[in-house]
Unconditional design. Structure first.
Length: 152
């Protein structure tokens, strides 16, 4: 009897495990971060004098961004090209993963799941960049300026 009961228990356990694996939501891996020497990493400021507002972007080495814009605080996952294209732009993909639901400098509320693709062009000094809709300088925002280094 013990063998039968043990087989039955093992069968039920196997069925439960199979169901759990089949029903489980797939786990998404965080995007791989850029190289430690990527010029985008760090804290950048965007001043918007027309709106009397400023935004702070913290591009982190793990491929995440923390953005503060007026009352809004949001977090994103991003990927950025390691090298610029022949036109000098870095392709930048961003997906909002968290937002506090408050309005940004433009009066908008970001929605988690929102995705954007933009193109970043650095100034030769590396201390500023513009973010554009395509690989031209026709529709861009900026300049974003690197925040001064914080002392220890």
């Amino acid at each position: 009897m013990r063998t039968r009961s043990g087989s039955s228990s093992r069968g039920r356990l196997a069925a439960i495990l199979a169901c759990m694996l089949a029903c489980a939501a797939p786990v998404r891996a965080a995007p791989a971060g850029p190289s430690a020497t990527h010029p985008l990493l760090g804290i950048w400021m965007l001043s918007i004098p027309q709106l009397g507002c400023a935004e702070t972007y913290h591009f982190r080495g793990d491929g995440t961004t923390l953005v503060r814009s007026a009352a809004e605080i949001s977090e994103s996952e991003f990927t950025v090209a390691e090298q610029p294209s022949a036109k000098g732009f870095y392709k930048y993909d961003d997906r909002v993963v968290k937002d506090n639901g408050k309005r940004d400098c433009a009066g908008e509320v970001m929605r988690p799941g929102s995705r954007t693709t933009n193109y970043i062009r650095f100034h030769p000094s590396g201390a500023r960049f513009v973010m554009c809709q395509d690989e031209t300088l026709e529709t861009c925002i900026g300049p974003f300026e690197r925040a001064p280094a914080q002392g220890i």
